[in-house]
Design a protein around this ligand. Structure first.
Ligand SMILES: *[C@@H]1O[C@H](CO)[C@@H](O)[C@H](O)[C@H]1NC(C)=O
Length: 269
């Protein structure tokens, strides 16, 4: 096993080198996150196109650092990655039951990538966790929407307007509410692609009260949640054994998100 451990360490180092080309900004508090990332913040220009905003684990609570009803307004071709420092859903964006958490609009030159973020206790008319509109291109990987409430459509996620395109991979939903689409509401003209949808309404993901799509939605709508660790108790997670390690490493290189969804993060193998 020692040779295997050395091999894995090498692979982890190579992955780190590969990610190092985009500039990374590390943030650990709500004030900094709001000011550096939101369109309404005061120093967003310090970020360059394609940069990675890396959040430390913790809870980022809506508060006095922002006016209006939306905490983070990501707009005007902000094609960045906003991610948690790990893939274990330990970075929580909390709307305190009084704010929409994130609005994404007019991101057309690239894609806004959101990874391992928890959208908790958002409150708004449409899209209380995240509202994607006006042609925004957004990709969500292993995020979670919980306890978000919309007075109209899309408790967790609202996707609408011509040209807006949202893809989700291994995103889960719990205890969200709305008049239409407790977890997701998608309307005509936009595109929603779902891969490995988790825990919609606590059951297998089929269109119904939790998921309301008005057209332009596709995906495998299957019930599969990302594995947070190797040998996770989740029935969808594969175990790392002497027999599966080679397949797992191969998958890590060809499709890292799929490898995490199946085996957990490589550092835990
Ligand atoms: C937030 O983090 C920045 C960068 O580390 C620091 O300068 C600032 O004082 C922090 N603000 C608060 C309110 O903790």
């Amino acid at each position: 096993m020692q040779a295997l451990n050395l091999l894995l360490q090498l692979i982890v180092s190579l992955s780190v080198v590969r990610e190092a080309f985009a500039a990374t900004t590390n943030l650990d508090n709500q004030s900094d996150l709001y000011n550096r990332v939101s369109w309404a913040g005061n120093s967003r220009s310090s970020l360059a196109s394609g940069d990675i905003v890396n959040l430390a684990s913790g809870t980022y609570t809506a508060g006095e650092t922002h006016a209006g009803d939306t905490v983070y307004w990501i707009s005007n071709n902000f094609e960045h990655t906003i991610k948690c420092e790990n893939d274990y859903l330990s970075c929580i964006l909390d709307g305190s039951g009084s704010h929409r958490i994130m609005m994404a609009s007019e991101i057309t030159a690239g894609t806004l990538n959101l990874r391992s973020l928890v959208f908790r206790q958002g409150s708004a008319d449409m899209g209380a966790g995240l509202q994607a509109k006006s042609g925004a291109q957004v990709s969500l990987t292993m995020c979670k929407f919980e306890q978000c409430s919309a007075s109209a459509d899309g408790g967790g996620l609202w996707v609408g307007d011509s040209g807006t395109a949202v893809t989700t991979y291994g995103v889960s939903y719990a205890s969200n509410s709305a008049v239409s689409g407790a977890d997701i509401h998608q309307t005509d003209g936009s595109t929603l692609t779902i891969s490995s949808l988790c825990e919609v309404g606590g059951t297998a993901a089929t269109q119904g009260s939790a998921l309301v799509v008005g057209g332009g939605a596709s995906g495998d709508f299957s019930y599969a949640c990302p594995c947070t660790t190797a040998n996770d108790a989740n029935a969808n997670c594969a175990a790392i054994t002497d027999a599966s390690i080679v397949t797992a490493v191969g998958l890590w290189f060809s499709d890292q998100a799929a490898a995490i969804a199946m085996y957990g993060h490589i550092r835990d193998w």
